[in-house]
Design a protein around this ligand. Structure first.
Ligand code: HEC
Ligand code: HEC
Ligand code: HEC
Length: 432
């Protein structure tokens, strides 16, 4: 009897493994002679160029100082170091000998031309939401317009057993949403266009949606905020910590210009999203994204200019009458207020720190990052600079300022702040 049970369990396991093997195994797609550059219609190539920008392909596929699309951009994940692939049309080290079909399969299922599974650091689950025509346009753009560069991909530093490419198939089976994009019939065309862009090419959720312990996006918590590349991508839904609720026009202003008067600037990993990615999209597309996110945030319409919360934030940021009694207040008054406080009037380029999400998130990371490394002139509002205080302020001083800002904005203190500042100071810095 017992033997029989063991036999049948073994049977089920073997059958499961065989089925998994069939699921996991993908054949090589035969290499092709690189397509002639002039075979693609100009309009298709132009469309593909816009999409490639909106998908930040070059942000992830270009190493700092390296050649565009030639890969080896380093990503430090919880699971180890990953290097992006060379996706220039070089036939030996890039994707020059990939057929259109091989490219579509990679973009939809995360399987390389030779059949090996790609790691989900490549956001194929999002690109899968795109139409065939959009994916083909990106192929046309890369094959016709990106210069071929010979450069071998560096091996990933993912430890055993996570480095077994075959296991990626199990991860995909468990966590990847491979369904097609579905229009919601009770929403407007503009909303659906925004959803298509956000879920697909612009993959906002890849950073803003929290992940489970094995790195899968929690689809039931879409856009509710997550840690990414040493930053916090804040919630974009009604659970946002921003004191003034995000309205459709705030999303529009932020996504189009890199700053919202009532919220603040796009720094860190969000800077290239705005300035390299969304910049390529038409105004209609940015409006569509704002309609979609405006709805997810609760269709807020209250005028922030007359909100008591705005008055409270201005009062919170007023330098104290005698700042000498508190180290944080003193440092804020001497090092920050000259640029961050402009009396009762809110001014573009002088963000009120009590309004920004960095002061209100449960985690001090974004605030500390900006104090340490500033905001470059090509990030946030183009042309203005937030100075870096890495070499000017000690961990204690940064913690004191953060604590003061947090307290004056009416929030509970962040626990173990000094230690956290030290950790953030020493974490690897990413090029954005
Ligand atoms: C968030 C970073 C990121 C973005 C954005 C990104 N990629 Fe990638 N991509 C990667 C990484 C990392 C790999 C390699 C994964 C691995 O080693 O398994 C990769 C692999 C690929 C591959 C497979 C290449 C091969 O030789 O197997 C293709 C094709 C590709 N990306 C195309 C694109 C295109 C087109 C875009 C823009 C629409 C894009 N990627 C955007 C990170 C990214
Ligand atoms: C590569 C990761 C990444 C991607 C992709 C990304 N974001 Fe962000 N986003 C961030 C980070 C990190 C921040 C915080 C930046 C800061 O505080 O300066 C942020 C901030 C924001 C904010 C400000 C929120 C607040 O309360 O301060 C908005 C709005 C936003 N992102 C919208 C989007 C939208 C819409 C998309 C897709 C079109 C998107 N993001 C794609 C990482 C990302
Ligand atoms: C010389 C002027 C200047 C000084 C001094 C300065 N800042 Fe800034 N800060 C700016 C500007 C300008 C921006 C907006 C940057 C952009 O959008 O490109 C900014 C942005 C920020 C942001 C990001 C806001 C957001 O919305 O994401 C934070 C946080 C911040 N500063 C904190 C501080 C703190 C804390 C101090 C004092 C230690 C300080 N700043 C000192 C000019 C300054």
């Amino acid at each position: 009897m017992r033997k029989r049970i063991i036999y049948s369990i073994c049977g089920v396991v073997v059958a499961g493994l065989v089925l998994f093997g069939i699921y996991a195994w993908h054949p090589e797609i035969a290499p092709v002679t690189p397509p002639a550059k002039d075979q693609f219609p100009a309009a298709t190539v132009a469309h593909g160029k816009v999409l490639a920008a909106a998908g930040y392909c070059s942000t992830c596929h270009t190493a700092p100082g390296g050649q565009e699309y030639a890969g080896n951009y380093q990503m430090n994940t919880d699971f180890g170091t990953i290097y992006s692939s060379n996706i220039t049309p070089d036939p030996e080290t890039g994707i020059g000998n990939w057929s259109e079909a091989a490219f579509i399969r990679a973009m939809r299922t995360g399987v390389s031309r030779d059949g090996h599974h790609l790691l989900p650091a490549f956001p194929f689950e999002h690109f899968n939401k795109m139409t065939d025509d959009d994916i083909k346009a990106i192929y046309a753009y890369i094959m016709s317009s990106v210069p071929a560069v010979k450069q071998q991909k560096q091996a990933n530093g993912i430890p055993f057993p996570l480095n077994i490419r075959f296991l990626q198939a199990g991860w995909k089976m468990l966590f990847a949403d491979t369904s097609a994009f579905e229009k919601q019939s009770d929403k407007s065309d503009e909303w659906n266009r925004g959803a298509y862009l956000a879920e697909g090419i612009a993959h906002c959720g890849a950073c803003h949606t929290p992940r489970n312990a094995l790195g899968g996006e929690k689809y039931s918590h879409m856009y509710e905020g997550a840690a990414i590349d040493g930053w916090i991508a804040p919630s974009l839904t009604a659970s946002s910590k921003s004191p003034l609720p995000w309205r459709q026009q705030d999303f529009y202003e932020y996504l189009r210009t890199g700053n919202s008067l009532f919220h603040g600037s796009a720094a860190g990993p969000m800077a290239p999203v705005v300035h390299h990615g969304l910049a390529a999209l038409s105004d209609d597309d940015i409006k569509a994204l704002s309609v979609y996110f405006g709805d997810l945030a609760g269709n807020n319409s209250e005028d922030p200019a007359t909100s008591p919360k705005l008055q409270a934030a201005i009062a919170a940021q007023h330098p104290m009458p005698d700042a000498r009694i508190n180290q944080g207040a003193r440092l804020y008054a001497t090092a920050c207020a000259s640029c961050h406080f402009s009396g009762s009037k809110l001014r573009k380029g002088r963000p009120l720190l009590a309004l920004g999400s960095a002061t209100h998130l449960n985690d001090p990371t974004n605030l500390v990052n900006v104090m340490l490394d500033g905001v470059r002139s090509d990030q946030g509002i183009p042309g203005v600079v937030m100075p870096a205080f890495r070499d000017a302020l000690s961990d204690d001083e940064i913690a004191a300022i953060a604590e003061y800002l947090r307290h004056s904005a009416g929030e509970q203190p962040w626990p173990n702040l000094q230690q956290k500042v030290g950790e953030i100071r020493h974490q690897p810095r990413f090029e954005h």
